[in-house]
Every structure is written in C-alpha cells, then in structure tokens.
Design a protein. Structure first.
Length: 275
C-alpha cells in the first residue's frame, strides 16, 4: 500500500517520477471503491481544456504509449502521488466559487482518467455537487469501462482521436483504434457533448488520408461541438530523456502554420466545426 502524499499544484510540464514505488501496475489496478488514487498534479487556470476557466487534474496511469507523448511521467501509477478522495475534494472546494463565477469547471486529464475510473467518477460527482461543469480528456481506449453512472456526471468529453487509419493509430500509440471509435459512437448515440482533439504530428499523423478518415467519421456526429487540431511540440522531450526512454520523435518539428491550416480546412471541408 502506497503512503498518502500531498496533491501538488504545478504544470503538466513538470516531471514527476517515483512518487509511489509500491503502486500496482496500471493494467492491474483493482481499486473498486475509488476512495484513493494516484495523481500527477493539477493546474488552476487553464483556458484550453473545456469552456471557461478550468482546474485541470492530471491523473496517473495510461495504457497507450504515444510516440509523441509529452507526459510519459503519467503512464505509471507508481510515478503518481497517492492521494485520498477527501484531499482532492477539499482542494476542489477551495477553487469552486471562483470557477463557478467565471463559468468554468473541472477537467480530469492524465494519463488516462478511465484507468482509475471509480476515483475519477467520485471526483466528477463531487464537482457536480459543487455546481461545476465537468469534463475528461481521454483517448477513449477504455471507453467500454464508462458505464451510465460515470457518463451521468460528465458534461463534456475531450476525445483524442489520434489517427483515423488503424495502422497509423497503432504506430502512434501501440494500441488499436477500434475502442476509441466505439466510444465515440456511444457518445454520439446519447448526444453527449464532445470536443474531438487531434494532435498533428508531421510525418506521423499528417497524411491527408489519415485526416480524412477522422473527418468523415466525425462530421455526421451532431454532438461534436469542435474538432481541435493541436500542434505537436517538444515541451515534453526532456521527460523522455530524464526517464531513459527511447524518444522516436526527437527530430520531429512542430507543424508549420500552413500545414495546420491545411488540416483545419480539411476538417471544415468535411463539415466539421474545426479550429
Ligand atoms: S494517451 Fe495521452 S498520456 Fe497516454 S501515451 Fe498518449 S499522449 Fe501520453
């Protein structure tokens, strides 16, 4: 059993490793009550991760291995800080009045928030009780875990579709695309608001055919409010080095404004509201 630590404010770009060496593997987590969990950090004033001003909580644990991940220190539970649900709710309550008055809320990101689904659900439910708008950022890979109880405390899903072509998806993430598409279809069937996020990585995800597959899949979905094209950046490269990981994107550059424009226009041409 890990020792309780302190939930740290900071930045998603801070390196956190080895905080809970006794934590279970992320794919063997059996915490069903959600009374405790593993967290990387939280940011208090994001304007990018949902509507209004957001507090963003980064939870540990992810089963994907994106070659361009800027937070590899969120992959393993053992790198996160072991915290109780009370600690998280108390911290959230400190910010709730300001978030409410600014029309904002809570976004839980990671890592992957559905690795620790009961813990994530409890936090979202507490945020709803405080009158906050709630969101998660997810790859959707574990979408089959999201039951009605979980979806009922979620106002918005920021769904990362990392590629439209299954082979490219596998090359980029080491996992299969199908569970993400299945989750997107479920969200569409229940009209749950969604912002699709697509990370534009030159030489990996920028192929017009790869983009077109996502655009055509998403365009008919009335619940999708935005498609956001996010440029790859190198802000996380130091983490790969510090953690002794082989970083395949070491020489990849950020997309040019022209390339980003081409991709946004490709989504728009398919009928998506893209930015
Ligand atoms: S899903 Fe997110 S946290 Fe997980 S490996 Fe990919 S970019 Fe990193």
């Amino acid at each position: 059993m890990s020792q309780l630590g302190t939930l740290e404010s900071g930045s998603r770009h801070d390196l956190h490793v080895g905080m809970s060496p006794d934590a279970p593997d992320e794919d063997h987590l059996s915490e069903e009550e959600g009374l405790f969990g593993y967290a990387h950090s939280y940011e208090t004033s994001s304007r990018y991760d949902g509507p209004g001003l957001r507090i963003v909580l980064f939870l540990s644990g992810c089963l994907l291995r994106c070659t361009y991940c800027h937070n590899p220190d969120t992959w393993h539970l053992k790198d996160g800080t072991y915290v109780s649900i009370e600690q998280v709710i108390k911290r959230l309550a400190d910010f709730a009045p300001a978030l409410r008055s600014l029309g904002g809320g809570l976004t839980i990101s990671g890592g992957e928030p559905m690795v620790q689904l009961p813990f994530t659900r409890r936090i979202l439910a507490a945020a709803k009780d405080m009158g906050l708008h709630t969101a998660i950022e997810t790859s959707g890979f574990l979408g089959d875990r999201a039951d009605e109880r979980f979806l009922s405390v979620l106002d918005l899903v920021l769904l990362d579709i990392k590629s439209g072509d299954p082979d490219t998806y596998k090359r980029a993430t080491s996992r299969d695309l199908a569970p993400t598409l299945r989750f997107a279809e479920r969200l569409a069937a229940t009209n749950k608001p969604v912002w699709i996020r697509f990370t534009l990585v030159p030489g990996l995800t920028d192929d017009p055919d790869n983009v077109e597959k996502i655009a055509k899949f998403v365009a008919p979905m009335k619940n999708v409010e935005w498609v956001e094209v996010q440029p790859f950046h190198q802000l996380g490269s130091f983490k790969w080095k510090a953690m002794g990981l082989e970083y395949k994107e070491a020489n990849t550059t950020s997309p040019t404004p022209e390339l980003r424009k081409r991709v946004i226009e490709q989504f728009q041409a398919a009928g998506c509201r893209a930015r």
